[in-house]
Design a protein around this ligand. Sequence first.
Ligand code: NDP
Length: 254
Amino acid sequence: MYLDEVFGLSGKTAVVTGAGRGIGQVVACGLAKAGAEIVIISRSGAEETVDMITKAGGKAYDLKADVTKEDEVDAAVAEIMRRSGKIDILFNNAGICIHKGTLEASIEEWRSVIDINLTGEYIMARAVGRTMIEKGIQGSIVNMASMSGTIVNIPQWQASYNASKAGVIHLTKSLAAEWIGYGIRVNSLSPGYIATPMSADVPQELKDAWEPLMPMHRMGKPEELIPAVLYLVSPAAGYTTGADVIVDGGYTCI
Ligand code: NDP
């Protein structure tokens, strides 16, 4: 079957960070449906996602680690190598956002956003990239960026988030160039506003202010990101590396 040949993930092991809820949960279920064994890394565990995948006939387990802590990430990667023997795919999805003006936000808040969104993705990519290189696996890494890495959202101010995601886009290009000789592809995904627990806490007045700015006049659904991630991690994207795939309902084009 052509679609299986090009997009199928049978026999692949995919690590998804922050898949206990939100985008990570939905994309992890999508990658499992395409045949991948899923390993979830988050701080508080992801039993619900593991249940969803296993009840649907897929394979999954979760490990607890904070992506900002190198020792915890190294221990999680070592455990995956022990249990699964390899990592073919990393969806580096865990992230946070703080809506605060630059003069109101503390330096600690700036550091926590940069630490999780940018340094955390670097630590994860580095740990997984190392095992791919050691095992000779021509794997695929997808870093979660955002349209906020390309545009400045309004009316809320979130300089730390925007800077972290712009950093992710250029980190992605840097790793893509550095690891191209190993056959490892590294791309980023930049969604627009997506309805998840992260955006559920946003006040209704803010959502009302976003509505006219969104060309489709609606937020995206996490399910609408599955095909883009599936493309990037599958053989279909064999010639795609260093790309930033924007899935934003047209937000950044006007
Ligand atoms: P959620 O808040 O719903 O989920 C975030 C996930 O990240 C949770 O599972 C959380 O688990 C995990 N996480 C956070 N910090 C850490 C950490 N230090 N170590 C390990 N895991 C961590 O967010 P979304 O699903 O909305 O967002 C997912 C990604 O998509 C983020 O990178 C976000 O910036 C990006 N994005 C989101 C958009 C949106 O509109 N929702 C738009 C564009 C990009 P736990 O707390 O258990 O660790």
